[in-house]
Structure formats: C-alpha cells, structure tokens
Design a protein around this ligand. Sequence first.
Ligand SMILES: *Cc1c(COP(=O)(O)O)cnc(C)c1O
Length: 454
Amino acid sequence: MAKKLTKFILPEKDMPTSWYNILPDLPEPMLPMLHPQTHEPTILPPPLFPAALNDQEFSKEHTIEIPDEVLDVYRMYRPTPLIRAYRLEKALGTPAQIFYKYEGVSPAGSHKLNTAIAQAYYNKKAGIKRLATETGAGQWGSALSLACQYMGLECKVYMVKVSYNQKPYRRIMMETWGAKCVASPSTDTNFGKQVLAEDPNCPGSLGIAISEACEDAFSRDDTSYALGSVLNHVILHQSIIGLETKKQLEMADVEADMVIGCVGGGSNFGGMAVPFVKDKMKGKKIEIIAVEPTACPSMTKGPLAWDLGDVAGMAPIVMMYTLGHSFIPSPIHAGGLRYHGMAPLVSHLHKLGLMEARAVNQKSTFESAIQFARTEGIIPAPEPAHAIKVVIDEALKCKESGQKKTIVLALSGHGHFDLASYDQFLSGKMEADAYDEAKVKKALSQLPKIDYKG
Ligand SMILES: *Cc1c(COP(=O)(O)O)cnc(C)c1O
C-alpha cells in the first residue's frame, strides 16, 4: 500500500538522459514524406533544417542521447512534477486515481521548450546563426525565443496579426528574451507584401505566417526554420515527458490504465504517449486517448490521406488525418489546437489501433478547466483543458462502475496568458463553437492527388 503522497518529484540525477524513438519499434513502418512538387520520397528540405534534425526525423535508433548542453537547460525546470489530483478526485467522488504531469513549470509556461532547446542546439552546432518561425497565440514563439537566447542565436518570429494585436503579452515575452517579433502578414517578406497588396487589412493566419518564416529561412544562408510540433523529431524531444512520467508512476507504485492528452499538431500527446505505446505493443492493457476540439476534429472527422503540411505548399506532403490544408478552423481560444492535420506519427499510431481519439467542444472544456482550477489550483491553458474534460468524463464513468482506474493526464501548460478567454467564459459571453462541415468538404476536395505506390 503506497503512502498518501501528493507530488512525485524525480531527483535531478534520475532525469532521463536519452530520448525514446518509437520508429524502429513500430509493427509497420510509416510511409515516407513526399516532395511537394515531384511527389517523390524526400527528406526535410535541407536549407530549412540542419542534417542532425533530419537524421532524427528518420532515425532507426531506439534511443538518442540528449546532448549535455540541452540537459543543462532541461535541469533548470526538469524533471517536471507528477501530481496526484486528490482534490479533483474528491470533488468528483470518483474511486479513480488521477495524476497529472505538469509541463507549465517551464519558464516559457508549456512543454514547447523541450523541443525548442534541442532545435536551437542542433542549429547552432550546424553553424546557423538565426532561426525564423511562425507563432499563433505565441506559445511556440516564446519558447523558441528563450531557447535562442540560451544558445546565442537570433530569433525572428512571424506572429499571426490578430493575435499580435489581441494578445500582446506573449509578444512582450519574446522581446524580453531578445527575439524580434513582427505581425504577419508583414512587409519583411515578398509573400507578406503580396498578401498585404491584395488585402491591406488581412488578419493573418498560421498558413501565411509559416510561408513568411520559410521564405525568410530560404532567403538567408545564416537562417534555418523551426517547427514546434507535427514532425517526428519534435515528438522525439517531447518523449522526455512520458519517460519521466513512467519513472514517477513507479515512485507512486501504480501503473497507468489510461493516458490522456490534447492534440494540436500532436507533440505533447505524442511525447507523453510513446513510452506507454511501447508497453501496449508488448501486450500491456492501457487506453491511450488523444483529445481534439470539435471545431478542428482532424482525427475524429478527417480521412487518413496525403496532404500538404502547410498552406503555401512549401512543406512536404505527408500521410495524416487531415481536414484539408486549406481548411481554416473557427477562431477558438485553444489556438494551439487549430492545425488542419495531425502528426504523421500520431496518425500512424491511430491507424494501427494503438490509441483512440475523441473530440470535445469549447464550452465543456472551459467548464472542466474551471473545475480543475478550483480544486487543483492550476489554471490550465485552453489546450490541455480539452484533455481535462475527458479525464473528468472517465473519472465519472469509474464512479458509476466502481472501477478504480489510474488515469494520467498530460497537462501541457498554464493559462496565465489566456485569462481573457476565461473572462469571456465566466461572464457568459463565450459562444458555442461550430464545426463547419461544408468548409471541410471543400478543403478535402483540394487535397493533392498522389499516386504513390511505395
Ligand atoms: C502548442 C500547445 C499545444 C498543442 O500542440 P501539440 O503539438 O499538439 O502539443 C498544447 N498545449 C499547449 C500548452 C501548447 O502550447
């Protein structure tokens, strides 16, 4: 019988020193990436990414050592705590045991720093002096700004203009950490100028910002591009979340029956899930659930198909669950979950039946977030609030059935810069979000026609 402990803090000396790469353990290999023009198998476009990250993208090694310089930064905020949610359990009256792995303790406030540090490091080692990227609400841009500051790189962030204007705090964080942040569409790129010439009041979109960041990186020898989610190497870096969690569950003397996380591009969920998927492939019974918004339901409503990773068609074509690269979801508050597709790796795991997916609506996620905040204290970001909603649903099912399941939640970040959305919800002004089936149908009719036989 375990003692009634609340926090499971892994000593710094026991922090994992390698990432886990699931690729060689998969029962069926993933399909390759295809070049956006030739439709032939391709690597990550070399002027955009350094060779080391490309090697990791397709690596056959089971583990990849974390470089010392990256470990040094990880140690400033890792291992992150695993916390037993006693007060939430009590409020729900559930016999389930709920644990949450809290990535909000990173200085950037989310899991995104785990990969930002690694990407900045490998770029620096390749002689790159500057990184360009896009950001929506600013979580990725702020994480990369701090990572570049640590690694001595310049950082240029193209931030979607509506967010730039409505959410100044993350821009100020980026500038505090030394990055240059501009509203996208900007006059700093040809693509941005072209968009502004057509529509001077264009509010911007993630797709436009990606195209600007890629053009920036393509046009300068000293500059690479960095992506905060979706790709295999990003999930590899995030595997530290799941590896630590497994050690912490051992400390708590329990085994996970369920692992639940939210999915935008799939990186925090993927990073948490992969070590548990490994157990599942060996026959262990464990439910692994990805949660997405009903306004952008790539896994629960989209087909598994070849699609472009970005709107302009600069990124490779990948096999993934998608709503179509031209689909622009309604502006829900969980900005980090508004990607049209899903990580090819997470898509593959879903196809193989190694995990499941669910969609929940915005209002129910805020109700759940508030219940979490009022019991556990932490105000979650709107993204992981999606996972909290499913954790609560499952804990209530346990109450009905009397099952004492162990539920593990990936709590990817805090919501301190999302308080305006809490204000909207609390004052009753949050509107119900809508899934626009006609818009998805139209976007799906624009999928690239690929005739890949392997
Ligand atoms: C960006 C973000 C997400 C969504 O991205 P994933 O790659 O799916 O993890 C989720 N939670 C937080 C806090 C984020 O910043």
